[in-house]
Design a protein around this ligand. Sequence first.
Ligand SMILES: NC(=O)C1=CN([C@@H]2O[C@H](COP(=O)(O)OP(=O)(O)OC[C@H]3O[C@@H](n4cnc5c(N)ncnc54)[C@H](OP(=O)(O)O)[C@@H]3O)[C@@H](O)[C@H]2O)C=CC1
Ligand SMILES: N[C@@H](C=O)C(=O)O
Length: 265
Amino acid sequence: MSSPSPKGVALITGASSGIGAIYADRLAKRGYDLILVARNEEKLKAAAEHLSASTGVNVTPLAADLGDRAGMATVEKVLRDDPSITMLVNNAGVGSVASILQADVDKMEAMIDVNITALTRLTYAAAPAFVARGKGAIINISSAVAIAVENLNGVYSASKSYVLSFGHSLQKDLAEKGVRIQTVLPAATATEFWDIAGYAPQKTSDSTMRADDLVDAALAGFDAGEIVTIPALHEAEAWTQWEQERRAFGAKFRNPKPAPRYHVA
Ligand SMILES: NC(=O)C1=CN([C@@H]2O[C@H](COP(=O)(O)OP(=O)(O)OC[C@H]3O[C@@H](n4cnc5c(N)ncnc54)[C@H](OP(=O)(O)O)[C@@H]3O)[C@@H](O)[C@H]2O)C=CC1
Ligand SMILES: N[C@@H](C=O)C(=O)O
């Protein structure tokens, strides 16, 4: 056991594979101690042993199913009670490419549990602790389909739109209290996500990004102070303009009467 890192502990969900495993590697190399969360305990233990041996940081595997309340509660308690945690990476998620006519609604609900409910509950557990300490960072992994919503399964895309909207709101509520918020929107990235989502060929498509590049770009965006990071978007000004227009739109809704096109007397 090494002495505790001055950077504190990063708790990463979905750290047993893909994007979460790369976050674990990069944050360990940056000197964070880690708590790695996922269901597959064997993979978490192997990652913990490898990372602590190769980087010297303390790595704790925490097996939990974020699709059920007991699993969520276990991780929430750790976030509330461990004062050394300085960063939460809400990365665990599952996807689907099925249309509403093909998809099993129970699987859709299970997806909502992981992609929305767990992410929300873990954020609610971490945020008060971070505010009390006047510092902390929450990185939420959304998706490019938060915007390009027609591309994949509708519940998946909507769950990722939720993560993006939630991030805007967290920024409003927490930024001035010393808490960093970053929402990351990966486009197609080469991970097991696609095997589980039901379209394995996407993993090897020419348009698919390497998971290492995705995480390295996302962390560069974090270092640059970005609130929303979209590694695959080359035209940064397009996002800035979209955001300005979205915020300005709010003012257009302040009317007590329906628009004339609805012909309400
Ligand atoms: N790959 C892509 O193209 C894109 C991915 N994303 C998002 O990136 C995030 C990471 O996905 P990615 O790395 O690609 O996919 P992977 O399938 O490789 O990783 C998903 C991770 O989430 C964990 N996980 C899944 N279900 C649960 C659960 N019920 N409880 C706890 N952990 C769970 C898995 O671990 P375990 O099975 O051990 O529980 C695994 O570690 C997701 O939120 C995904 O939506 C966004 C845009 C594009
Ligand atoms: N963001 C990816 C999935 O979530 C995609 O754009 O395909």
